[in-house]
Design a protein around this ligand. Structure first.
Ligand SMILES: [Zn+2]
Length: 223
């Protein structure tokens, strides 16, 4: 082999290794986004975030990780697939009748489902929906997230951070720490919810894996 051929060979090897490292499989599984969901999203943007928009879209600068508290992927999918919030969600129904949803849903085995386009508005985090992509994971406090989910979330965050100007990666339980910052947009100062998802261990682990991305967390909690 000539030196030139050796050089070419090494370049090809490194390109294919790079491609393998970045490989991500996303399964399209869209939820309904009909005229009702569009109207309720525009209304939410206006009344809750004080943003008047013509389309229910976001410019993503943050990723929020969640767990579903539901034990199955389809249970969560079916819950998100309705445009209107079910009457059982009394605690948040006064704020809006827009149903909750997220952009991605990661199953226990690490399978990644995309429910909405990245730049479509979704209701998943008070005060920050207008700029945040939501990733839900099937699991709960009693049903801890799996290693496969950690790896899938890591890949997904890398993929999204390469695609958009993502500055923040937070766990849902950290969202209220943005209160009193310019990012927080919620017209009612008393509207908030206490969350624990997706667990502190999961956030600690994923931050260790993603150190090189230099994503910011939530600002330090006041008091
Ligand atoms: Zn959550």
């Amino acid at each position: 082999m000539t030196i030139y051929k050796k050089f070419l060979f090494l370049i090809l090897i490194s390109i294919s290794l790079n491609a393998a490292a970045q490989q991500i499989k996303i399964i399209e599984k869209p939820i309904i986004f009909d005229a009702t969901r569009t109207q309720l999203s525009l209304d939410y943007l206006k009344r809750r975030h004080n943003l008047v928009q013509k389309t229910p879209t976001i410019v993503p600068s943050m990723i929020v990780l969640h767990w579903t508290a539901s034990k199955t992927m389809m249970g969560t999918y079916n819950a998100f697939n309705k445009s209107i919030l079910p009457s059982s969600r009394k605690a948040i129904a006064n704020a809006s009748s827009l149903n909750v949803s997220s952009h991605y849903l990661v199953d226990r085995d690490g399978s990644i489902y995309q429910l909405l386009p990245d730049t479509t508005f979704a209701r998943h985090v008070i005060g920050l929906n207008y700029c945040a992509i939501g990733i839900e994971n099937v699991g709960s406090n009693n049903y801890p997230l799996t290693k496969a989910q950690l790896i899938a979330n890591e890949k997904l965050v890398r993929y999204l951070a390469a695609k958009y100007k993502i500055q923040y990666l937070i766990g849902h339980y950290e969202h209220t720490w943005f209160k009193n910052t310019s990012l927080w947009r919620e017209t009612n100062p008393y509207y908030h919810s206490d969350k624990i998802d997706p667990g502190k261990t999961f956030m600690k682990n994923i931050r260790e894996e993603l150190q090189d991305l230099n994503l910011k967390g939530a600002p330090a909690r006041l008091k």
